[in-house]
Design a protein around this ligand. Structure first.
Ligand code: FAD
Ligand code: NAD
Length: 489
């Protein structure tokens, strides 16, 4: 006889654990199943995000930024630092401690909310049953009227560059390197390629990033992407666009082993290139993960991308079965999955919330950080929307100058007729924090004038958002000639 719950959540990543906790808060008897085994060989909650994604990557990004800042920029502030060195194993140990504290904390949070945890692989059967297979291969069946699938995603592999122990690695391997490679090849100039490429560049590696597309960061606003590319080049990230990787070969023996990567460019001549690296990171995207999840009678099929098809409320074609997070359509971002988890839990509890997919923020945690919400200029042009742009360069921000970190810009795009905010795009220090101000404004349907009429603390980096909003109507105080910068289309 199967143990019965009101809700079973499959996957304890950010999407799944948010759903489970909110279900439990609504007095629903909730179970969560996860198969994650961490590098200590223990079951762990938190999914990709806590174990090998958002949190560990930010730990390395912050540590390497502090190191590079001290090495490169402190002298300008009068701070003399001699003999500065990076202890890579200590950096990795600290990252592992953060991960361990958070994943253990999450286990306590789930049990503290009376969520029952099962460690093992879940398979969805017909009749709303879930079979859980533990590591020792024993199985048990649990049942619920509502089942939420949150099985996440895994890195896409590249057949021409097969993962090779410690030499050709994916993002997970790149978070655990024990020393700085002399030369590092990164395949894919997307978010992971730029973030992890930055970590190892700051620590001294020669980093070459090979990107198949001719355009750099096509999802970001083109003006911001162009300026970001300029900043990354100054930092020594060698980004080659239009690079089609054709193969890899391992040369040498033992500690002398290296990876030779060959690629061709996008020209008609298909010019061939070859370079030898100490390590190569594959960062060409992630794919939804559903291996072993669906029994033949589960009643669900996958779409062409391998996602579980859902409607705007994350309901699947089978009543009572929902899917959220990376395993469904939309951006593969932790916060998008978290909001979907909360929405589904609330809907199961009888409420009617929605996720506003128009205000999902995106952040790339390089230095400077890229952060944006809403439409880009190129999207608005393609949709033939009339809009006005207000720009504010961070080189005019008193706070940014005072902290010797005045790179980037803030760009506000408003509807030319209604002045309603259509998009906000930022490049600069701490823009991952500042973008929340724009998200809130857009969530409340604000106009550029509303932002302009709002008081911002002085001196703060956020004043750049205020000024960019004022620049939409030509009223920014600290930028001259802004009328030229406020474009009307
Ligand atoms: P996941 O976090 O992938 O969790 C899915 C869980 O389901 C896993 O624990 C898995 O073990 C479990 N599971 C799968 N199948 C089964 C099964 N059959 N039975 C039982 N359990 C199962 N996003 C951001 O928003 N910000 C960032 O800064 C960021 N940085 C990232 C950095 C890196 C290096 C990577 C790789 C990703 C990053 N992401 C970031 C993306 C983010 O990690 C994902 O979008 C997020 O983790 C997706 O959450 P999820 O709950 O849908 O899935
Ligand atoms: P991505 O989609 O951001 O970038 C992959 C890049 O690889 C693309 O630019 C693509 O054109 C390129 N590419 C694909 N095939 C290639 C090939 N054969 N040769 C050369 N280039 C190739 O994917 P990612 O960087 O792997 O990240 C995966 C997901 O994880 C992202 O979708 C993102 O949502 C999430 N993530 C988010 C954050 C964050 O929010 N800060 C950080 C890391 C990861």
């Amino acid at each position: 006889m199967a143990t019965t719950f009101d809700v079973i959540v499959i996957g304890a990543g950010p999407a799944g654990y948010h759903a489970a906790i909110r279900c439990a808060q609504s007095e629903l008897k909730t179970a969560i199943v996860d198969q994650w085994i961490n590098k200590q060989g223990e079951s762990a909650h938190g999914g990709t995000c806590l174990n090998v994604g958002c949190i560990p990557s930010k730990s390395l990004l912050d540590a390497s930024h502090k190191f590079a800042d001290a090495r490169d920029n402190y002298a300008a502030l009068g701070i003399q630092v001699q003999g500065i060195e990076m202890d890579v194993p200590a950096m990795i140990k600290k990252k592992d401690e953060v991960v361990s504290n958070l994943t253990r904390g999450l286990a306590s949070l789930l049990s503290g909310n009376s969520v029952t945890s099962f460690a093992g692989s879940a398979q969805l059967q017909g009749n709303r049953e879930v079979q859980v297979r533990a590591q020792d291969q024993t199985t048990q069946t649990i049942r619920a009227d509502n089942i939420i699938i949150a099985t996440g995603s895994v890195p896409i592999e590249l057949s021409v560059c097969p993962l090779t122990d410690g030499l050709i690695i994916d993002s997970t391997g790149a978070l655990d390197a024990s020393s700085v490679p002399g030369s590092l090849g990164v395949i894919g100039a997307g978010i992971i390629g730029l973030e992890l490429g930055s970590v190892w560049r700051r620590l001294g590696a020669e980093v070459v990033i090979l990107e198949a597309l001719e355009e750099f960061l096509p999802l970001a606003d083109a003006q911001i992407a162009k300026e970001a590319a300029r900043q990354f080049k100054k930092q020594g990230l060698d980004i080659r666009l239009g690079a089609r990787v054709t193969g890899t070969k391992i040369t040498g023996k033992g500690k002398q082993r290296k990876v030779v990567v060959t690629w061709s460019d996008g020209t008609a001549q298909q010019k061939e290139y070859k370079k030898t690296f100490d390590k190569v990171i594959i960062a060409v995207g992630r794919r939804p993960y559903t291996e072993g999840l669906l029994a033949a009678d589960a009643g669900l099929t996958l779409d062409e991308q391998g996602c579980i098809p859902v409607n705007e409320y994350c309901a699947t074609a089978v009543p009572g079965i929902y899917a959220i997070g990376d395993v469904v359509r939309g951006p593969m971002l932790a916060h998008k999955g978290m909001e979907e988890g909360l929405m589904v839990a609330e809907r199961i509890a009888g409420h009617q919330p929605l996720v506003n997919y128009d205000t999902v923020p995106s952040v790339i945690y390089t230095h400077p950080e890229l952060a944006w919400v809403g439409k880009t200029e190129q999207e608005l042009k393609a949709a033939q929307v009339n809009y006005v742009v207000g720009n504010f360069p961070m080189s005019a921000s008193g706070r940014a100058l005072a902290s010797n970190d005045a790179v980037g810009l803030i760009k506000v795009i408003a509807d030319a007729e209604t002045d309603r905010l259509l998009g906000v795009h930022m490049l600069g220090t701490h823009t991952s924090e500042m973008i929340a101000e724009a998200v809130i404004a857009m969530e409340f349907g604000a106009s550029a004038e509303d932002l302009g009429l709002t008081m911002f603390a002085h001196p703060s980096l956020s004043e750049g958002l205020h000024e960019a909003a004022l620049a939409v109507s030509g009223h920014a105080i600290h930028v001259a000639n802004q009328r030229r910068k406020a474009k009307r289309h």
